[in-house]
Design a binder for this molecule. Structure first.
Ligand code: RP5
Length: 165
């Protein structure tokens, strides 16, 4: 049997991958195994139900769910599993992701979705939060996460480069 992948990255559409790949790449950089699936709350509701109901038994510990527009995927997933769910609002064409953000963040009390920023920043930070959760019980990952943050700090220049034109 294949080893369990602690993080599941799900998204409502192939078109969300351009954003959600940043979550996958961040988890890769931290050495966190993950699974990626297209699961639409609207177009494949049966797939969503099967995924979310089976997520814990499949060995997942955290779900990252990205969706745009009337973005029901993170909330519906959170309704169907008590695993932590982090929602990433994908930038929509019509409303620049404001619709996605409000759809995901405004969960009524009782079913939480940890909501991140719109777009790439949200996808990267969802991965970092998922890693932080897993690092609570994984010392090796905690060290890799610290090293990742240290490298990020070291990559920031002391002063801006002088522009030449
Ligand atoms: C949502 O509808 C998806 O999450 C996606 O962000 C949006 C548009 O989907 P496509 O029409 O590009 O497939 O369900």
């Amino acid at each position: 049997m294949a080893a369990a992948r602690p993080v599941a990255i799900i998204m409502g559409s192939q078109s969300d991958w351009a954003t959600m790949r940043h979550a996958a790449e961040t988890l890769d950089a931290l050495g966190v195994p993950h699974e990626t699936r297209i699961v639409s709350a609207h177009r494949t509701p049966d797939r969503l139900y099967a995924f979310a109901k089976g997520a814990r038994a499949a060995g997942h510990k955290v779900v990252i769910a990205g969706a745009g527009g009337a973005a029901h995927l993170p909330g519906m997933t959170a309704a169907l599993t008590s695993l932590p769910v982090f929602g990433v609002p994908v930038e929509s064409k019509a409303l620049s992701g404001q619709d996605s953000l409000l759809s995901i963040v405004q969960m009524p009390a009782g079913i939480p979705v940890g909501t991140l920023a719109i777009g790439r920043a949200g996808a990267v930070n969802a991965a970092l939060l998922a890693a932080a959760v897993l690092a609570l019980t994984d010392e090796g990952l905690a060290e890799r996460l610290e090293a990742w943050r240290q490298a990020q700090s070291e990559a920031v220049a002391e002063r801006p480069e002088t522009e030449t034109s």
